[in-house]
Design a protein around this ligand. Sequence first.
Ligand SMILES: [Zn+2]
Length: 87
Amino acid sequence: MVNSNSFDMPESEGKILDGGKCECGICGKKKKLGGFINPTPDMEDRIPKIICIDCMMEQVALKNGISRKEALKRRKRMFDAVYAFQK
Ligand SMILES: [Zn+2]
């Protein structure tokens, strides 16, 4: 039998997999889950997408008008802050 978990979103691209991973709705690779994006008017296929962390960074960068490198840097800072808080 197919192991279907609770995440069943018919009108979306990409899949959420076990272990914090996903099948990305943009690049199609199986990577760490980045998040979920809602369609914007300039997207070709107006459906929500489950995307990997890398594509998420791309989206964040695009949205903020910054480079991908800058987005990664910001993410790292954010994570560093979270880790510091948990200690
Ligand atoms: Zn991706």
